[in-house]
Design a protein around this ligand. Sequence first.
Ligand code: NAP
Ligand code: F7E
Length: 345
Amino acid sequence: MSKRALITGVTGQDGSYLAEHLISSGYEVWGLVRGQANPRKDRISRLIPELRFIDGDLMDQGSLVSAVDLVQPDEVYNLGAISFVPMSWQQPNLVTEVNGNGVLRMLEAVRMVSGLSGGSARSEAAGRIRFYQASSSEMFGMVAETPQRETTLLHPRSPYGVAKAFGHHITRNYRESYGMYGVSGILFNHESPRRGAEFVPRKISLAVAQIKLGLQDKLSLGNLDAVRDWGFAGDYVRAMHLMLQQEEPGDYVVGTGQMHSVRDAVRLAFEYVGLDWEEHVVIDPALVRPAEVEILCADSSHARTRLGWEPEVDFAELMRMMVESDLAEARLVREHGAALTGARW
Ligand code: NAP
Ligand code: F7E
């Protein structure tokens, strides 16, 4: 019989790649969707017609218990979150509720449906539903060491990072308290042509496409010196799946181990279309964060040795892929109008 997976955050970047990966591996995949007439549900069901949906919200405990009870998944991937870091200074309570307490609600739903009570001895029920938590390198914040690994001290710099740290710790606590098969993937920044337009690599690739076609002239950015370890989302969802296939649950850092600054990303993207970035980029101090994460770089040796995971797409290829995709989309808009856009995502 095929395995069944439930994904929260299925309408997001990672949810879409993970659903595709699991379906191609023979899974029956259910996605939790929130809200009334969520337009992103239409978008993903066009992309992945085999995907099934169930209503629910990480803010609503009852809806999560019902969803887990109805789907009876073998694996739950908790990807749902408010994932844009600056939003967490604007609405810290909401972000804490969704990204922090939302994890606890999802764990409680799994615990209740599995019939687990206290005692860390692993019972059959404890391993029945395996749980993946989308932890983040943002938890390392003001980094205690470089590169960062599973044991690096957490020092989050944003309410987003603080909420993710709670989700991380509570997942480990359910593993230790109930013997639940719960893992955290501490994923470093990962991007794709499906990335939200608010995140810096996609903001750059979209602007480069518009500027190349003469539809825009300037790109406003904040801190160009920030350094990130950027990978491809399609590579990272393979790691999520592998984490839930191990005999014992554990936590894993996932990244490429390569560091690039925002300036590098801008230079590369403009170079790709034959333009000089310095003629187009302007600095907007309003885009600089109240507390910045200056540098992130993953030591993924644990994931590489234990999971056999390797990234396949490097930074230059990733930026090329994103710029090409946005150029193709921008050309469509220019030639046929907005009605044809979003056909691929
Ligand atoms: P994304 O594209 O922003 O997707 C976020 C998803 O969460 C959307 O499907 C959204 O659904 C859903 N969501 C938001 N609020 C919700 C709520 N109250 N209840 C249920 N679902 C809700 O994010 P992503 O890049 O795919 O990231 C996936 C996860 O990995 C997130 O938890 C993120 O924090 C984490 N992460 C991402 C990265 C990265 O670089 N991408 C790195 C480390 C960790 P709607 O359609 O309803 O808005
Ligand atoms: O910023 C700098 C900004 O918003 C990257 C999320 O997926 O990864 C992501 O969080 C860097 C920061 O991603 C602009 O200050 C400069 O230093 O693309 P970002 P993020 O904040 O690192 C982590 C791992 C997650 O978990 C999150 O969910 O780029 N930067 N100028 C800018 N950033 C943005 N967005 N816009 C700018 O104009």
